[in-house]
Design a protein around this ligand. Structure first.
Ligand code: ATP
Length: 375
């Protein structure tokens, strides 16, 4: 294992910032700590780095206990918010810093600095000062400075935080390559879920000082373990309803209920916009609302009634916006609930839909959580 934390607890004054945080990161793995602001991500990272110490729990680095090891003896590279470049030092001097304080021979320092400046594609800018660089370039210098001493463990706290979208993407690509080439073990903190899903082989979702779920990006997205993860990762529609028979009735729409959910149980369903199927435009008299989704008004033969667990409902298209190759539709069901749907432009064209139309919808799949009974 590269990094192991076990049972970390940390309190600042009256606030329990970490409450029993445990996870393991294999050597060579790149893992994201994802979660909302204040969830404890930076604190975990600072404890791994040795900048902070936990009240309880253990830290193991490269298979050895490091719970009480000083920061300078942990041999970890980190790029933290607030640990900016040294303004009075040139780029070269910044990158050389970790090597110089380790008293490495001058010639070796020169060679390693050159190598890392080339790696971050900043050769030629070594004599500049940080103020003479763009935000993205500065961030790359910070990464080079963290890596130059030759560590195999890298901790990054919001590494691309304040950068514009294009630079973020470039740096992300660059970090992915660096990780592959050097086989680094890396942990990075982000509250950008796309960044986490894109860069990490596994994601640790944290909220309120606790680990909500650990899994591959696919697992986190497709099989969220908790309601928090379901609502935090990816855009989502949330519906409350009740189990009736084998169905979860969510107002106008229904989906298959989870096995074991008793009749009458209250449920909360999380439905991804791309898991809603549009079937057919519903013809409708001016100003009227289709009374039933299965009114004879469907303009094309619908496949909506086929298959188990599918029961279509009617909804009105309130807004449509096209982004890239998909379209986002904001629908309103007959019971007044909003429903956001994403479909390909092709499907939209096939159905000939426009704003104001009524359409039949059904839900392909939903993640359903049975609610605790209230007494
Ligand atoms: N040194 C400190 N003293 C007091 N409270 C602190 C200290 N450091 C962090 N906290 C508190 O601990 C909680 C967790 O902070 P932390 O920075 O770990 O969260 P985070 O998930 O990284 O948030 P963000 O994404 O905003 O950086 C917050 O409520 C924060 O105010």
């Amino acid at each position: 294992m590269g990094i192991v934390v076990r049972g970390l607890k940390k309190r600042f004054g009256a606030t329990q910032v970490l409450d029993d945080v445990s996870f393991e990161i294999a050597r060579g793995e790149m893992v994201a700590l994802l979660g909302p602001s204040g969830g404890g991500k930076s604190t975990v990272l600072r404890i791994i780095a040795g900048l902070e110490f936990a009240d309880e729990g253990e830290v193991h680095l490269r298979g050895r206990v490091a719970t009480h090891t000083r920061v300078q003896d942990r041999d970890i590279g980190f790029v933290f918010q607030g640990y900016a470049l040294f303004r009075h030092m040139t780029v070269r001097e910044n990158v050389a810093f970790g090597l110089s304080i380790r008293k490495r021979p001058k010639a070796e320092v020169q060679r390693v600095v050159d190598e890392f400046l080339a790696l971050v594609q900043l050769d030629g800018l070594g004599d500049r000062y940080p103020t003479e660089l763009s935000g993205g370039q500065r961030q790359r210098v910070a990464l080079a400075r963290a890596l130059a001493p030759g560590t195999d463990l890298l901790l990054l706290d919001e590494p691309f935080g304040a950068l514009d979208a294009k630079v973020r993407l470039d740096l992300r690509e660059w970090l992915r390559r660096l990780h592959q080439e050097r086989g680094l073990t890396g942990v990075f903190v982000t509250h950008d879920q796309e960044e986490a899903m894109d860069l990490a082989s596994r994601v640790i979702v944290m909220n309120r000082g606790r680990v909500e779920q650990i899994g591959t990006p696919e697992e986190i997205y497709d099989r969220p373990a908790t309601e928090f993860v379901a609502s935090f990762v990816g855009s989502i529609n949330v519906f409350e309803g009740q189990v009736r028979g084998a169905q979860a009735a969510l107002g106008g729409i229904s989906v298959g209920a989870p096995s074991g959910a008793g009749d009458g149980a209250s449920v909360r369903a999380f439905i991804r916009p791309h898991d809603v199927e549009l079937h057919a435009r519903v013809r409708q008299e001016a100003g009227s609302t289709p009374a039933s989704p299965l009114d004879e008004g469907a303009e094309e033969r619908s496949d909506a009634s086929e298959g188990p667990g599918i029961s279509p409902a009617a909804a009105r298209i309130e807004r449509m916006s096209r982004v890239g190759w998909t379209a986002k539709l904001e629908l309103r069901l007959t019971d007044g609930r909003p429903l956001v749907v994403e479909v390909t432009k092709e499907r939209l064209a096939q159905l000939g839909l426009s704003e104001g139309d009524w359409v039949l919808v059904s839900v392909r799949q939903a993640k359903i959580f049975v609610q605790d009974y209230e007494i």
